[in-house]
Design a protein around this ligand. Sequence first.
Ligand code: SAH
Length: 236
Amino acid sequence: MVVGLGPGDRENITPEALDAIRSASVVAGYHTYMQLIEDLLAGKERVATSMRGEVERANKAVEKALQGELVAVVSSGDPGIYGMAGIIIEVARGRVPVMVIPGVTAASAAAASLGAPLMNDFASISLSDLLTPWETVQKRIDSAAAGDFVVVLYNPRSHGRPDHIKIAREIMLKYKSPATPVGIVRKARRGHEERVITTLQNMLDFEIDMLTTVIVGNSQTRVEGEFMLTPRGYRL
Ligand code: SAH
């Protein structure tokens, strides 16, 4: 089972995901996420690996499943969105049954904090180039901005590459107005949440790190009181 833990706090883990973890004999995951569910792990075998240990984790998890264990591979947010679902299916190669249990992804958690920025079409782009060439990432930012999509940026500050967010902003400014609303949410639904609504012009004045999701509006997005709002298009 590949299990989504949601953005961080216990209220945002689904009952199905909790049941899956409770039923498992082995739980595998990045150690930070294992800590979030520490109280659920008593009596279970743990396979904790480091941040970049996804392949190792997937191999170990599938090995355990082949030995007859019921394995839960935990992944933050939704496991099918920059998470562990894909690699588990690739490594399992049909040898063990795989079930993917969804979770609340960072885009949903961040959007809820900001109001309603994702009411119309949006594109999700990870600024990490660990697994996708940076050229490709830049092309996708360009296409999404040219298409007037709301853009959700995951992994906005790649490890050791602080310039990605700056370049992403430059590309978007080719098509989007500097006044375009931008929402920055750090630690959404994880305690001590921080949330800022600013503009494409000023977004770099705020702290953006690996615990942050950035949402850049489309040409219709506006600030409505305390909220960032992309209207769906209703006539009022
Ligand atoms: N599978 C996860 C995403 C993993 S990629 C999901 O569906 O949410 C990791 C990126 O997700 C982080 O760099 C950050 O951009 C975002 N993220 C994850 N949890 C977050 C949270 N609680 N608050 C804000 N952003 C978060």
